[in-house]
Every structure is written in C-alpha cells, then in structure tokens.
Design a protein around this ligand. Structure first.
Ligand SMILES: Nc1ncnc2c1ncn2[C@@H]1O[C@H](COP(=O)(O)OP(=O)(O)OP(=O)(O)O)[C@@H](O)[C@H]1O
Ligand SMILES: [Mg+2]
Length: 404
C-alpha cells in the first residue's frame, strides 16, 4: 500500500534515494566489520605460522644442542618435537574453528544486550502490571461501570504535551455513550486508556469500583469488543479474521458477519468466508474491512463495545444498516451491552444515552442529543458532518442555525 502512495505522488526517485541512503549506512557498517574480521583473521594466521616456525626452530635447536652434548643423556628427542608440533596444530585448529564463530558471537552479544533491556522493560514499561495474571478477578464477572476520575495523560514520546487533562466521566452498565469533539482532542486516546494500552499519569480509571491497574488485563480486554479507527486485518481468511484466534465456532462467526452486514459480500468471494483477503485485508474495500472488524468485535460477545469511528468508511445505507444492528444488539444478545462510540456523524450518536463533548482533553459539554441541540450555541453541531447531517441541519430552526 505504501508503494501505491509513492507511485501516486510520483516520488519513486526520491524514495529510492532515501532507501539508498539507508542501504549505504548498512554497506559502510558491513565494510567496516569486513575490514576488522579480515585483520583479525590475518593476524591469527600470521601468529599460527610464527608459532610453527618458532616450534620447529626451537625443537631443532634443542635437538642439535642435545646431540652436541651427550646423546644418551639428551632430555628431548625428535618424537617430543613432533608431539609438541601436533599439540600446537590441534590447539590452533580448535582456536581457528572457534574464531569462525566470532562474528556470530559478537552479534549474539549485541542482541543479548538489547534483549536483556527488553526483558527488563517487559514488567514495567511495555506491559502493565498483572498482565500475566490469568486468573479472572471476581470483580470482572460482569461489567457494572467504567469511570474516569480526573485522568491526566500524555504519550511517553511526547511528555510535554498533555493529551487528557482531568478527564472525568461515568458510564454505567448498558449505557450507550458517545464521544465527540474536534480532531486531536483525545477521543481515541480515551479508548486506548480503557483498553489499558497505557496507564494515566495521574487520576484513576475505575472498573466496577476497582482501579483498572489492579485488574488482570487479559481478562479485562476479553470483555471488550474493539473496532479501531483504522482497523487492522490479518493476512489470512475472512473466517480466521473474525475468529481472531479465539475459541469461536464457524456458526458464531457467520452470525457475527451477518450482524455486521458483511456476510453476503464474504459469501460471494471465490471460497466464501475461507477466502484469503490479502495482507491487511487489502483485497477488501475500506468499508468492507470496517465491517469485518465489526464482525470480529461482535463474535467475541463482548460486555462492552468500543467503536472508534467504526462506520466512518461506510456509505449512508450500509452505515444505517450496521448502526441499526448495533442499536438492536442488546435485544439480539438478550443482555445489557455497554457501547462507547466515537463518531462525527449524527446517525451514529443520535441514539446515545449520553454524549460527551471533549475539548483539549476534558469534557466541555455533556448531555443527550436533544439536550445538546437545545444548547445550539455549543460546538456540538460543528462536529457533525456528512449528508445525513446536512439533512439534519436543514431541519433546524433558523434561530438555531443563526446561533452557530
Ligand atoms: N502514539 C502517540 N504518540 C504521541 N502523541 C500522540 C500519539 N497518538 C496520538 N497522539 C496525540 O494525542 C492527541 C490526541 O490524539 P487522539 O488520537 O486521541 O485524537 P482524536 O480525538 O481521536 O482525533 P481524531 O478525531 O482525528 O481521530 C493528538 O494531538 C495526537 O497528536
Ligand atoms: Mg481518533
């Protein structure tokens, strides 16, 4: 896909030069290590030759000196010299064979250093505490609430930029909540914190009254169905993508595909749901990829759905159908399903029980759709887009539009 972008912008030569520059660094590194290895081998072979020469010279010298004295009393004979020579040859062959592994050994030492650093990171920085704690906590038997208490967060690579500043909200079981706000205000970040890809800098995320940091992460993530802003599909069949390594039957996967309105499209592929869908799902359209990702989230039968602009690439009709399915999911499942959606389109959030509007990382307004519309001076309407929203705008009273 990167190749297509390069070709579309006609920057092949520039990218080739950039790639060449990187190759050049590798080439220089290769030449440097080649010279070092060459010098090492040269010195080694030279020292072997010198050692043989010295042995022969010294052995010969000792033998001659012995003969010149008294032959009978000579301490060293020709056999001894040969033994020393054979011992030297054997020892040097061993050293020489071992030194053949030297480049690999140096690489292994360097890799071991990085690996050790990563192993040291694993506990603290990469994976949060309790990551390997497989035992499901009793407080995760069901999802009662998700609460953010004055959460402050910045990404580790940009410590000076505060992304979430004292973000607080409360979501109770079965609630349909939406986050809206201008681009970059921290909506996707909020979802990433719920998934515990990061921990807050200060404040707390509390699940069912227990801080998220004290819950086993895997068990927590198993309760969630996540559809990302740019869903990633694996280079395998549609069926395997929907199952995503979980213990899900074919029937359940097919049902999830039906709910996500993608079943018909998938069954028309040459091998149906078992068809290979390309690297990153590249053989599907953007909207189809999104629907497979929605099917993947639904197939896990989650307790909460996290939808980060999950229907943004769909046409109005498909979006309406998927949205209707999502809206009716509680009835289909026969139990409460908490839904957290991020969207700019009105159709996606109109039925939400609560809409939080974020600005610079905190909630600047909240309320139901109707309540927010009543306050039409708010920035809420600016966050709507798409033809549906134009239809909606045309239905507004003139005074509401004038307030915008
Ligand atoms: N991995 C990251 N490292 C550093 N900064 C990041 C990272 N991801 C996002 N940010 C920054 O955090 C801020 C919030 O990003 P976020 O993705 O939450 O925005 P958003 O509200 O989802 O926007 P959009 O509507 O465009 O998707 C942005 O200013 C962004 O530049
Ligand atoms: Mg986002």
């Amino acid at each position: 896909m990167g190749v297509r972008t390069v070709a579309a912008f006609g920057t092949e030569e520039f990218q080739q030069r950039r790639f060449g520059a990187h190759l050049d660094t590798a080439r220089r590194g290769g030449v440097r290590s080649g010279i070092r290895i060459g010098i090492f081998w040269g010195l080694q072979n030279f020292s072997f030759a010198v050692l043989y020469a010295v042995t022969l010279w010294f052995g010969g010298h000792v033998l001659i000196a012995g003969r010149m004295k008294d032959h009978q009393d000579a301490q060293v004979n020709g056999g001894d010299v040969i033994v020393v020579l054979i011992a030297l040859i054997t020892g040097m062959t061993g050293i020489s064979t071992f030194s053949g592994y030297a480049p690999g050994l140096f690489k292994a030492v360097a890799s071991a250093k990085s690996l050790k650093e990563m192993i040291r990171w694993k506990d603290r920085d990469i994976e949060p505490d309790h990551f390997w704690d497989e035992e499901a906590s009793p407080s995760l038997a069901d999802l009662q609430s998700i609460e953010f208490r004055s959460v402050v967060f910045n990404y580790p690579l940009q410590p000076e930029k505060v992304v979430l500043s004292k973000l607080s909200f409360f979501i109770s079981k079965g609630q349909k909540v939406a986050f809206v706000g201008e681009s970059g205000c921290g909506k996707s970040t909020t979802i990433q914190l719920i998934l515990r890809f990061y921990d807050p800098k200060s404040g707390e995320i509390v699940i069912n009254g227990t801080p998220l940091q004290r819950l086993p992460v895997r068990s927590w993530r198993r309760m969630l169905g996540y559809v990302g802003q740019h869903p990633v599909l694996f280079a395998t069949s549609a069926m395997e993508n929907i199952k995503a390594g979980e213990d899900i039957s074919d029937e359940e996967a097919i049902e999830a595909a039906r709910q996500a309105q993608i079943l018909d499209t998938l069954t028309q592929l040459p091998e149906g749901l078992d068809s290979f869908i390309g690297a990153g799902g590249g053989m599907l359209s953007g909207g189809q990829r999104q629907r497979v990702a929605i099917a993947r989230a639904l197939a896990r039968k989650p307790k909460a759905l996290l939808l980060d602009e999950a229907t943004s690439a769909l046409d109005n009709e498909s979006e309406r159908m998927v949205q209707e399915t999502l809206d009716c999911l509680e009835e289909t499942l026969g139990r409460a399903l908490t839904t957290i959606s991020i969207a700019h389109r009105l159709t996606t959030i109109a039925k939400s029980d609560m809409i939080y509007m974020l600005k610079e990382g905190h909630v600047c307004e909240q309320g139901t759709h109707q309540e927010l519309l009543g306050r039409a001076s708010s920035g809420f309407l600016w966050n709507l887009r798409g033809p549906t929203d134009l239809r909606f705008l045309s239905s507004l009273h003139a005074e509401q539009i004038l307030k915008l």
